[in-house]
Design a protein around this ligand. Structure first.
Ligand code: C5P
Length: 348
């Protein structure tokens, strides 16, 4: 994530760009005594950004703390009463203020482009952005390491967004080891409008109790993938990519399996789920290859306006903002699976 001073608004306004992530490898090593699952995962940030901006209260206004969605009306929670739980941006800002012993102030405005409940880390990235933004705007100036440990209190994969690029994440996901030397990677991503809750996905796994492995053992698989990517053995790397959630979630929602099978038929390099889904992605040789795969995927799908729910509207905005996304629907007239297809690449 990165910050920029937003001089069009006011000299003290700031904007944070919060990237999405893809899990190129995700292995659940077992369920721990504290109820969390021990993970070994390789995550990469990709070029699809939510933006979070902060501006100070106007002179005539009392010092206040506000949160807005832009444009208003998407399904993202803005308070504790929402179905999806309390908004992580507000939680993050309040946590930093408490920690620093200050009163939170100013207006945060979140523009969502990353689809929610997709396994693409949108909510976590927004929370990391809120910590970084408030840290700068309020003059708290904690180092990134301290922000990352605050982030771990809010959610397991939030610290990843302070790693500054690809990282192997272990423990419950909060222990990050940055990975350097990866080439720029190109992907096609497809997101059906099926929401998967991370909490429910973990509960469905019924993972065995976690047995601690000898030091370093757990990192071997993700590390082997890193070596293949570093040496640009991309085709071979696809054989080392896997996700423990994929089979369980696809068994639960068979239409997701159909979409994954289609992706795999179109790109011989395969396709896989990111996080606990419901988005899938396919690693490609180049931007051209990704465009080709995306085009073929779309040719199997019927074009259809993408406006059936708040979540879809939220994705629809990303379509126009990014310019690389297409609105698509898959399936027969009475039995449609809708999916949004776009190309993206790593950013670091
Ligand atoms: O840490 P976070 O709040 O994102 O996790 C949401 C839920 O996902 C947890 O309450 C837990 O049920 C589950 N989880 C897990 N193991 C992890 C991460 C999350 O079981 N490593």
């Amino acid at each position: 994530m990165f910050l920029s001073r937003d001089c069009t608004e006011s000299p003290q306004s700031w904007t944070a760009f919060a990237p999405a992530k893809l899990n190129l490898f995700l292995e659940i090593l077992g369920k721990r005594d504290d109820g969390f699952h021990e993970l070994d995962t390789l995550m990469v940030p990709v070029r699809l950004f939510d933006t979070l901006s902060w501006s100070p209260a106007a002179e005539h206004e009392a010092e206040s703390f506000r949160f807005h969605m832009a444009p208003a009306g998407s399904d993202i929670p803005t308070d504790d009463s929402n179905l999806l739980g309390s908004n992580l941006v507000i939680q993050a800002a309040e946590l930093l203020a408490r920690e620093a012993g200050i009163t939170p102030c100013g207006t945060f405005t979140l523009t969502k482009r990353i689809p929610i409940q997709a396994g693409m880390g949108g909510g976590s990235s927004d929370a990391a952005a809120a910590l970084a933004l408030a840290n700068r705007a309020w003059g708290v100036n904690y180092p990134h390491q301290r922000l990352a440990s605050l982030a771990a209190r809010l959610g397991s994969d939030i610290p990843f967004f302070f790693a500054g690029g690809p990282a192997i994440c272990q423990g419950r996901g909060q222990r990050t080891s940055p990975v350097t030397g990866l080439p720029k990677l190109h992907f096609v991503v497809v997101k059906p409008p099926v929401a998967v809750s991370t909490r429910e996905a973990f509960a469905t796994l019924q993972a065995p109790a976690y047995q601690e492995l000898p030091t370093g053992k757990a990192t071997l698989h993700a590390q082997r993938l890193v070596e293949l990517l570093r040496t640009k053995n991309l085709c071979l790397a696809t054989y080392a990519m896997r996700n423990s959630f994929e089979r369980v979630i696809c068994n639960l929602k068979p239409r997701l399996q159909e979409l994954l099978d289609l992706l795999r038929r179109i790109n011989p390099w395969g396709g896989m789920m990111t996080g606990s889904g419901s988005a899938f992605f396919s690693l490609c040789r180049s931007a051209n290859h990704a465009n080709h795969v995306a085009g073929r995927l779309r040719s199997y799908l019927d074009w259809k306006p993408w406006n059936e729910s708040g979540m879809n509207r939220c994705i629809d905005r990303s379509v126009h903002a990014q310019g690389t996304v297409s609105e698509t629907a898959l399936g027969g007239a009475h039995d449609r699976i809708h999916g949004t297809v776009w190309t993206t690449s790593t950013c670091h």
